[in-house]
Ligand binder design. Structure first.
Ligand code: NAP
Length: 258
């Protein structure tokens, strides 16, 4: 990790901010991107010269290119790009509007394609690099039906990443594409969801954000294709995807929040 240059989108709070602090502690330089300038500065301040902030909206292709250019200008290159920025929603499938779906696809799918396309030419030139996308356990299991369009957008993100992995495998074996799937994490994610919702920090069993940051830092040190931030989720995945009828497993999940 020492002296790696790591771009982190959605770094003004939550998982992104925790990943930044963890990676700097392990010797990395970080480039922090998000829209909220004051929050970005507050995250960067304790990290000193190891951090650069780039105010950016990742739903805009040009802003992803700006993040890349500012990172290379400051630190001379990029080793890891983390597509972490994202947003939830609180609407059942029966309630979704066109705008709800468009917003989820824009912030959770298009943004990661823009990030990938911004940094990939640089990684191809260096024949090395790592793209990490922070997806969600909800990309695999319908734990939370009110997150519907969010879950679908994260499932799309997983397949973008898997397709990228296969695209690069033969010609660029040292460019890694990694998907990270957290469960419920104690951040402002719930409060920031489109149409509001439940505060994640008050949900029983919410994973501490520093634990998630350690998992992400570890996967930079030892790249792999996919990782759940809790091992129980891998065990659930093996049961869910091998069930003859997934409804038997879904029967154990909660329904809509009351
Ligand atoms: N918390 C959970 O339970 C959980 C579980 C599974 C997966 N995840 C995923 O983990 C990632 C981080 O979530 P979190 O829990 O840290 O949420 P969070 O506390 O709400 O933070 C979200 C971050 O994304 C940034 N962001 C949102 N829209 C953006 C945009 N258009 N352009 C640039 N930055 C943007 C926000 O900054 P600004 O508002 O300042 O732009 C903020 O820094 C997300 O992809 C989320 O889907 C979270």
């Amino acid at each position: 990790m020492k002296d790696k240059v790591i771009v982190i989108t959605g770094a003004s709070m939550g998982i992104g901010a925790a990943v930044a602090a963890t990676c700097v502690r392990r010797g990395a330089k970080v480039v922090l991107a998000a829209r909220g300038v004051a929050n970005l500065s507050a995250v960067a301040e304790p990290l000193g010269d190891s951090a650069l902030t780039v105010p950016a909206d990742v739903t805009k292709r040009a802003d992803n290119e700006l993040i890349r250019d500012r990172a290379i200008a400051k630190f001379g290159g990029i080793d890891v790009w983390i597509n972490n920025a994202g947003r939830g929603i609180s609407r059942m499938v029966s309630e979704l509007t066109d705008d709800d779906i468009d917003q989820m696809v824009t912030v959770n799918v298009k943004s990661i394609v823009y990030g990938i396309q911004a940094v990939l030419p640089h990684f191809k030139q260096r024949k090395a690099g790592q793209i990490i996308t922070v997806s969600s356990g909800l990309s695999r299991f319908p734990f939370a039906p009110q997150r519907s369009a969010y879950s679908a957008s994260k499932a799309a993100a997983n397949l973008i990443m898997a397709s990228l992995r296969v695209e690069l495998r033969d010609q660029f074996p040292d460019i890694h594409a990694t998907t990270v799937m957290p469960g419920v994490v104690a951040t402002e994610f719930g409060n920031n969801a489109l149409h509001g919702g439940i505060d994640n920090k008050r949900m029983p069993g919410a994973q501490p954000v520093d634990e998630v940051a350690q998992v992400i830092a570890d996967v930079i040190e030892k790249p792999r294709a996919e990782i759940y931030t809790r091992p129980q989720m891998l065990e659930l995945a093996s049961r869910y995807f091998s069930a003859e009828d997934v409804a038997t497993i879904e029967a154990g999940f909660g329904g809509p929040p009351r």
